[in-house]
Design a protein around this ligand. Structure first.
Ligand code: NAD
Ligand code: UDP
Ligand code: UDP
Length: 313
């Protein structure tokens, strides 16, 4: 009983999750349509006989036989999910329906990669799972936020209606090697700009905050969550509660990269959340999970990754 499906498995988080599952001697089926994920993210696994890669779009039905499902398929960066917003909602909603239908037929446990974006521009701080959020339903971020909220609704309805074993995690900003260099997320943008000696693009006044979790910590949380006691559905926040302003992040990256890049200030995108920080007491209590990697250590590894990636260009 160790066949595991990872949708979005060729993406940033998905590829690290596939690595971890292979290390744990699981039989891994990685499904991806390569919208933002790439084959190089998983090419080192291709020779492993426990690893299979399938090009498939989760908005279409999928008939395979597995025991556990991690549903990660969905572009995660604002630049990519706003590129084709209708497809983003379809991926979240139709993708969830198909993967839930698959889990129902197989009686498989299924984990949904939800997001801190379900809290929108939050009015309480830090965010706790019982908070319902403050989300604009018709803005440029809505395709992602509302798509993910509807996916959570579907997960809980399949749980109540069909007694499906579901696990919902709300992931807060996560960073590390294999982030897409052009996906517009703040950590990858600042590092690429610092390494290339280009201007660092601060949106707004840089006083907005985020809390950044290193990828290895996050993957440990996903593994613990799918193994959690039967009946524990979440939603559970996974993220690092250390909170920084974007100005602090920029300064830290400049220092660690030894870069002389200048800071420039650009307009703040619409509906950009002002602050974000997870309350992780539920994860700590239920799955004994807390992150271990601090921002400086995680950034050092990530900067090295981008340095070698950019040197190879
Ligand atoms: P990513 O863009 O690197 O990975 C998403 C993967 O899904 C890509 O490989 C992409 O090709 C694939 N995909 C997209 N649409 C698909 C479709 N219709 N069918 C099949 N595959 C499809 O992003 P990521 O950071 O690895 O995020 C993975 C998951 O975690 C996403 O669901 C995202 O919403 C969630 N999440 C990530 C973060 C973060 O900070 N990285 C934060 C919150 C939530
Ligand atoms: N589905 C799938 N693989 C399966 C079983 C179902 O992709 O192994 C899809 C199928 O497209 C279906 C959806 O999941 O429409 C929801 O399945 P469910 O059984 O909940 O509903 P129904 O089949 O009645 O629409
Ligand atoms: N941001 C920035 N400069 C950039 C990219 C992003 O100042 O080059 C800001 C962005 O406006 C937001 C924060 O950094 O306030 C985090 O952005 P990201 O897209 O990484 O994630 P999200 O907004 O989804 O948390």
């Amino acid at each position: 009983m160790n066949r595991v499906l990872v949708t979005g498995g060729a993406g940033f988080l998905g590829s690290h999750l596939c690595d971890r599952l292979i290390e744990d001697r699981m039989d891994v089926l990685c499904v991806d349509n390569f919208f933002t994920g790439t084959k190089p993210n998983v090419s080192h696994l291709m020779d492993n006989r426990n690893f299979e890669l399938l090009r498939h779009d989760v908005t279409f039905p999928l008939y395979v036989e597995v025991d556990k499902i991690f549903n990660l398929a969905c572009p995660a960066s604002p630049v990519h999910y706003q590129h084709d917003p209708v497809q983003t909602t379809k991926t979240s909603v139709h993708g969830a329906i198909n993967m839930l239908g698959l889990a129902k037929r197989l009686k498989a446990t299924i984990l949904q990669a939800s997001t801190s974006e379900v809290y929108g521009n939050p009015e309480i701080h830090p965010q706790i799972e019982s908070y319902w959020g403050h989300v604009n339903p018709i803005g440029p971020r809505s395709c992602y936020d509302e798509g993910k909220r509807c996916a959570e609704t579907l997960f809980f309805d399949y749980h109540r209606q069909h007694n499906l074993d579901i696990k919902v995690v709300r992931i807060f900003n996560t960073y590390g090697p294999r982030m897409h260099p052009n996906d517009g997320r703040v950590v990858s943008n600042f590092i690429v700009q610092a390494v290339r000696g280009e201007d660092i693009t601060i949106y707004g006044d840089g006083q907005q905050t985020r809390s950044f979790c290193y990828v290895d910590d996050l993957i440990e949380g996903l593994i613990r969550m799918i193994a959690s006691e039967s009946g524990f559905t979440g939603p559970v926040n996974l993220g690092n509660p250390d909170e920084f302003t974007m100005l602090e992040l920029a300064e830290q990256i400049l220092k660690l990269a030894g870069s002389k890049s200048k800071l420039i200030f650009l307009p703040l995108p619409a509906d950009d959340p002002k602050q974000r920080k997870p309350d992780i007491s539920l994860a700590s209590e239920k799955i004994d999970w807390t992150p271990n990697v601090n921002l400086e250590d995680g950034l050092k590894v990530t900067i090295e990754y981008f340095r070698s990636l950019l040197a190879a260009e």
